[in-house]
Ligand binder design. Structure first.
Ligand code: GAR
Length: 202
């Protein structure tokens, strides 16, 4: 088991995934993770830090500074609706021996239905199943190696709203499981390297 693991969670929306992760983290380490939102209307404002979007460069610089000062090991995107730049990812990775420790959850069986409204896209298709993917983050939207993916039936006996609510519960559980696998060292972690400097990688 990892004696300590510092995580930060970024969320832009309702925050069901972020709150599920927060619960799982607190159950394990008895402290709160860092929660950040860019959306003044998100319920996450009450739970964490609001960093309103100004421009990409300034926004990412502010986020990186917080991650650096808190010696964050893993960054988990949970309905964070912005694409992180290659520079952001490289800089965060450079604090962990260049290992990518940024995850995202996406509500589809990637590479299907990238981007926004993935549940709606699946609902409007003729597919019998859709699913949820947890993957490493790259600078390309909803791409990067997939860690885990689970399929489930698109139930046609309920309406779209119910389908999304039900599916999000599956997402919340899956993301919590992934986080617990990190704590249990089934998914290896390179800890934030003491002594690294806050400098942009080349
Ligand atoms: C979730 O369904 C998440 O998978 C999705 O946004 C929703 C956020 O809900 N993310 C993406 O579509 C990423 N491309 P939440 O705020 O209740 O966690």
């Amino acid at each position: 088991m990892l004696k300590s693991c510092k995580i930060a969670i970024f969320a832009s929306g309702l925050g069901t995934n972020a709150l599920a992760l927060k619960r799982a983290y607190k159950d394990f380490y008895s402290i709160d993770p860092i929660l950040i939102t860019d959306n003044p209307k998100s319920p996450i404002c009450e739970e964490g830090i609001l960093i309103p979007f100004t421009n990409k460069e300034e926004h990412e610089a502010t986020l990186l500074r917080i991650l650096f000062e808190n010696k964050i090991d893993w960054l988990l995107l949970a309905g964070y609706m912005r694409i992180l730049s290659a520079n952001f990812i490289a800089m965060f990775s450079s604090w962990h021996n260049n290992k990518n420790q940024i995850l995202n959850i996406h509500p589809s069986l990637l590479p299907k239905y990238k981007g926004k409204d993935a549940y709606l896209q699946a609902w409007n298709s003729k597919d019998s199943h859709t699913g949820v993917s947890v993957h490493l983050v790259t600078e390309v939207l909803d791409s990067g190696d997939i860690l885990v993916q689970i399929p489930f039936l698109i139930r046609r006996d309920i309406d779209l709203e119910q389908f999304i609510t039900e599916s999000k519960k599956i997402e919340n559980d899956l993301y919590m499981q992934v986080l617990r696998r990190i704590f249990q060292e089934e998914i290896p972690t390179i800890k934030f390297q003491e002594g690294v400097s806050f400098a942009t990688p080349i």
